[in-house]
Design a protein around this ligand. Structure first.
Ligand SMILES: [Zn+2]
Length: 325
């Protein structure tokens, strides 16, 4: 059975229903001061809207140190009925101040943190307390981040730790890209560390809606998540519909996922903002269905993300990783 680890325990991949493959239920980062959202009731209200829009699962790609609240994640998943797949890992380095431990920890410690979150349960204090207090809520995916057109020396170490943890646990690996850049570099680095492109989800590729680039990345095996839906300041959603149609014509929808990636309080309905975490199901999916039909919608919301999220244990021929060089 293909299993996905959610905050409420393992779920068969084909039980996930329609998946929003990039969200943040809670988030706090020095990159967006004043735009943090950590309220449990408001998170539940936002997820109820997501459920009303027809989405059954959200992948919360909030990595270590940016406001993860494992117990509350489980609580709002239960309240809303929405499956939540939580992340561990490290974002691009701009999200961690110069003194943050993640920049200074040795390789073995970085890997231990990820494996604890994936195998034991996410730390209650999101690794911001002298002694870890594991919860019973495991992460189900690894998140990494690359800078604009480059992967810096901190990110390189976090990629190595993330790749080792992915090899050990079989979970998929999502990579934040800045405006869709450094995508080939991210795949190269993960490949060097033994993670094939087929286990990688490249985020924000729709910020650089270049169909030729996307088809090249997919030809390597990578999955792409178009996750700035409803963020009209970037471009109209019709550009994304065109892009998805382009991928469909190339027969590549089995490498495309969709998401909203709401990363600011001001983007959430529960805080009086917009477009809301529910914009994918509410506004975009009906347009996609009208443009490409039911089967295409089912591919990008169900088959592709479900297959990617399902743990792949063994069969890679790679040695188990317990320590790093
Ligand atoms: Zn995000």
């Amino acid at each position: 059975m293909s299993v996905v680890e959610t905050v409420l325990g393992p779920v068969a991949a084909d039980e996930l229903g329609d998946v929003d493959a990039h969200e943040h239920v809670f988030l706090r980062t020095p990159v967006n001061p004043g735009d943090e959202f950590l309220d449990t009731d408001k998170a539940a209200a936002e997820l109820l809207r997501v459920a009303a829009g027809g989405i059954h699962t959200v992948v919360d790609l909030t990595p270590v140190g940016l406001g993860r609240r494992p117990g509350e994640l489980a609580e709002v998943s239960r309240t809303s009925g929405v499956h939540v797949v939580a992340a561990t890992g490290f974002h691009r380095s701009a999200h961690y101040p110069a003194a943050h431990w993640a920049r200074h920890a040795d390789d073995a410690t970085l890997l231990d943190v990820l494996l604890d979150d994936l195998q034991t349960g996410m730390d209650r204090h999101d690794w911001d307390f002298p002694r870890p207090v594991p919860t019973s809520h495991k992460a189900g995916i690894i998140k990494l981040g690359a800078s604009y057109h480059r992967i810096d020396r901190h990110e390189e170490r976090w990629f190595a730790a993330g790749a080792a943890a992915a090899r050990d646990t079989g979970v998929a690996l999502a990579v934040h890209t800045e405006v869709g850049t450094a995508t080939h570099a991210a795949l190269d680095l993960l490949d060097k560390h033994g993670v094939p492109a087929g286990r990688v989800l490249l985020a924000h590729t729709d910020r650089n809606p270049d169909p030729e680039l996307h088809l090249d990345l997919i030809a390597r095996g990578a999955h792409l998540v178009y996750d700035t839906i409803g963020r009209i300041k970037y471009r109209p959603d019709s550009v994304l519909l065109d892009l998805i149609e382009h991928m469909a014509e190339a027969g590549r929808l089995n490498h495309i996922c969709l998401g909203t990636d709401v990363g600011r309080k001001s983007s959430l309905r529960a805080y009086g903002g917009g477009p809301g975490m529910d914009v994918l199901g509410r506004d975009f999916v009906p347009r996609l269905r009208r443009r490409l039909g039911d089967e295409a919608v089912e591919t990008v919301l169900r088959h592709t993300p479900q297959a990617l999220l399902a743990k792949e244990i063994s069969g890679t021929g790679l040695p188990a990783v317990g320590t790093t060089a």
